[in-house]
Design a protein around this ligand. Structure first.
Ligand SMILES: [Ca+2]
Ligand SMILES: [Ca+2]
Length: 107
């Protein structure tokens, strides 16, 4: 603490600095108090992820041969309904890529 230093920070300057700090803080708080700007909504929010589709495929593939037959698709009404559309190569079975493409189209 030197006399020189004290002289550099006169009382009124210290007070205006405090006021400035308060105003800045108020501005920051006001900004934070604002309702959140539009939450970014992922465009594919309702779409199934590849992982979810793979999981669903595994569940439907009751005999684990890597294909979903019409019988295996029966419990999943949506899949059964679109089975023919999904079965793009018309072999009567849904392969994983066929199933995935159909699920992504449906959602
Ligand atoms: Ca199967
Ligand atoms: Ca097929």
């Amino acid at each position: 603490m030197t006399a020189k230093k004290r002289r550099l920070i006169p009382n009124f300057e210290a007070r205006s600095a405090a006021l400035f700090a308060t105003l800045s803080l108020g501005t920051v708080m006001a900004l934070h108090a604002q309702p959140p700007a539009q939450q970014p909504i992922p465009p594919n929010r309702n779409n199934w992820t590849t992982a979810q589709i793979a999981e669903a495929f595994k569940r439907l593939d009751a005999n684990g041969d890597g294909l979903i037959s019409r019988e295996e698709a029966a419990p999943a009404r949506g899949v059964a309904k679109h089975f023919d559309q999904a079965d793009t190569n018309r072999d009567g079975m849904l392969s994983a890529p066929e199933f995935e493409a159909a699920m992504k189209q449906a959602s």
